[in-house]
Design a protein around this ligand. Structure first.
Ligand code: S3P
Length: 430
């Protein structure tokens, strides 16, 4: 679907209560399936990516009921080894989180199955899970180039000490899940602070997940000695979806907008740090804890931006927010430089190349680097057709560009945004 969007004249005002966090929705659903007993998960994200996980778990014999209007999910856990062998391959759609986390879970469960997905997902790198899973003893074969489909056969798992080459919560979570069924402690080290939701949630369910000693990024997981306890919780709102509205309110003059009960886990708040460094007016209110995660209301007021630089750990802490951040950079005074961000090329699309082509098309000067980019900010001329490249976050960031551009922008493939933030067009009146 193509969508043409013209500049927004009205400020963003009032407040909004976004859906539950995508990463936490995936984890709550999957871990509840591995628990024994009935879990109740409130503020569950109902979107394309979580529907993929729901479908796959149904095929593995998990009973769940979803109240789509109330966003309440009930899951009957089957225990760590309770999955039944599916008759058909499990189609993870566009969701790498579904595929990579399920890979760890089916290896632990010892259930034969094939994990596959959309063409886009089957182009994404899976060697990063296949290699360490094999080192643990998993019997997994991959398509050429270590891509999905991945075929699993039951095998006994052993502990490993493993250093992840890139900071990745998906890889870490996959291996932590497999480690629950290994016959000893597994130690994972990573080069940066990837999101730690898995560690927090599994520990809250009774698993022995510990920090590394001496302290480093990563975690240690011990084999499960008692069943995981079921969940009864409300999930925090998704900061990665909120980020689009935070950028919109920062860029549209006169805005004063509050996002309610958003997850502000420090491994996810890099976007707030980066925007504040550019001069954004962002305040956290009513900070508290929900489901073992820090949450807060986020109040954003319009502010003119100046350029910044982003590299190192900050990249990891805002890894999903670069498409939105690039629009902020395009509007900021000066040259914004991002480095150490080669991971952006392995997401739902190559977000460096794709966003560079799109920004160029709407008249913004951007110089691509192998591991980042330089954006020469000021204003967005617009007046062009751009492409979402099958990537929900690219689609939404292009809508942000259109909201502040001098001339309307047409976005091809706009509806892909429903993967993670189906309410986005309604909130912004698009
Ligand atoms: C996710 C981790 C990130 C992120 C993705 C969700 C997760 O991927 O990009 O949207 O829920 O674990 P990596 O861990 O591969 O960086």
């Amino acid at each position: 679907m193509d969508k043409t969007i013209a500049a927004r004249t009205a400020p963003l005002v009032g407040e909004y209560f976004p859906q539950g966090d995508k990463s936490l929705s995936h984890r709550a659903l999957l871990f509840a399936s591995l628990a024994e007993g009935t879990s109740v998960i409130r503020r569950f994200l109902v979107g394309g990516v979580t529907r993929a996980m729901l479908r796959c778990l149904r095929q593995l014999g998990v009973n769940w009921t979803l109240d789509e209007d109330a966003h309440v999910l009930t899951v009957e856990g089957r225990g760590l080894h309770g999955f039944t062998a599916p008759e058909e391959p499990l189609n993870c759609g566009n969701s790498a989180t579904t595929l990579r986390l399920l890979a760890g879970a089916v290896a632990a469960a010892g259930v034969p199955c094939v994990l596959t997905g959309s063409e886009g997902l089957c182009r994404r790198p899976m060697g990063r899970i296949v290699e360490p899973l094999r080192a643990m003893g998993a019997d997994v074969s991959a398509a050429e180039g270590d891509r999905a489909p991945l075929a699993f056969r039951p095998a006994a798992l052993h502990p490993i000490a493993y250093s992840l080459p890139v900071a990745s919560a998906q890889v870490k979570s996959c291996l932590l899940l497999a480690a629950l069924a290994a016959d000893g402690p597994t130690a994972l080290t990573e080069p940066g602070p990837s999101r730690d939701h898995t560690e927090r949630m599994l520990a809250a369910m009774g698993a022995a997940i510990k920090p590394l000693d001496p302290p480093a990024y990563g975690a240690v997981a011990l084999p499960l000695t008692a069943p995981l306890r079921p969940l009864d919780l409300e999930l925090p709102g998704d900061i990665s979806s909120a980020a689009f509205l935070i950028v919109a309110a920062t860029l549209v003059p006169g805005s004063d907008f509050t996002l309610r009960r958003i997850g502000v886990n420090p491994t996810r708040t890099g976007i707030l740090d980066a925007l504040r460094a550019m001069g954004a007016d962002i305040t956290l209110l009513d900070e508290t804890t929900l489901a073992g995660e820090p949450v807060a209301d986020i109040r954003v007021r319009y502010a003119p931006l100046v350029a910044t630089t982003v590299s190192g750990d900050l990249v990891v802490r805002m890894i999903d927010e670069f498409p939105a951040f690039m629009i902020a950079a395009a509007c900021a005074r000066g040259v914004t430089a991002v480095r150490d961000a080669a991971e952006l090329r392995t997401k739902e699309s190559d977000r460096i190349a794709g966003m560079a082509a799109n920004l160029c098309a709407v008249g913004v000067e951007i110089h691509e680097q192998p591991d980042g980019f330089d954006i020469f900010g000021g204003a967005i001329p617009g007046g062009a057709t751009v492409d979402a490249h099958g990537d929900h976050r690219v689609a939404m960031s292009l809508a942000l560009a259109a909201l502040v551009a001098k001339r309307p922008i047409t976005i091809a493939g706009f509806d892909i945004l429903a993967e993670s933030f189906p309410d986005f067009p309604t909130v912004l009146g698009l």
